[in-house]
Design a protein around this ligand. Structure first.
Ligand SMILES: C[S@@+](CC[C@H](N)C(=O)[O-])C[C@H]1O[C@@H](n2cnc3c(N)ncnc32)[C@H](O)[C@@H]1O
Length: 174
């Protein structure tokens, strides 16, 4: 059986809320860490829905697998170790994509963003949430994401929020 639900920080709670998971959704999480968001997502996938978490860290992928793998329902949650690469997934396979504190979309060359566009169907939701160390960094991330995402997704909404001292930023694309 999967492990008991871990306490989630505010950024993860907000990200899962924004993702608005429905029972039959197919969900990709990029940089799934130890699977804390995954647990919250999986409890909403009560229909034909399934979850795929990707993380480039061996330790994170192992921890996520331990947290969410259920031998009785092995296809409900899949964990893949490796850097996110859209070519490793079938096109148009997901209708929800999530990334929390995974910096690949605003650092590097931004190549990962069109990759997400290729994996998502019409009317999909792509949620990124960040908890940067200060307000200047939060503004920088917001600016870069707005510029990079607008040509790829038809709607991009960037929102800032502070929860108990944590400065958060969400970018939601549809
Ligand atoms: C700061 S941790 C955040 C983990 C979790 N999402 C959270 O908010 O607690 C970032 C995670 O993203 C993973 N990561 C970073 N770049 C990645 C990439 N290009 N592909 C897959 N995973 C990546 C890291 O290995 C790490 O586990």
């Amino acid at each position: 059986m999967p492990e008991l639900k871990a306490l989630a920080p505010a950024r993860i709670k907000w990200a899962v809320e924004l993702l608005d998971v429905q029972p039959d959704d197919s969900v990709l999480e990029i940089g799934c860490g130890s699977g804390i968001a995954a647990q919250r997502i999986l409890e909403k996938l009560t229909g034909k829905g399934w979850y795929c978490g990707v993380d480039k860290s061996d330790a994170a992928a192992k921890a996520a697998f331990k947290r969410v793998h259920d031998p009785e329902h092995p296809h409900h949650a899949i964990i893949r170790r490796g850097a996110f690469d859209a070519r490793n997934h079938e096109p148009l396979i997901f209708n929800r994509v999530l990334a929390v504190n995974c910096n690949v979309f605003w650092t590097d060359d931004g190549e990962a963003l069109p990759g997400v566009g290729r994996l998502t169907r019409k009317h999909s939701t792509f949620v990124q949430v960040y908890e940067p160390p200060n307000a200047a960094q939060r503004s920088k991330i917001a600016h870069i994401l707005q510029e990079r995402m607008s040509p790829i997704f038809s709607e991009v909404e960037i929102t800032k929020r502070s929860v108990g001292g944590a400065l958060l930023l969400a970018a939601v694309a549809r």
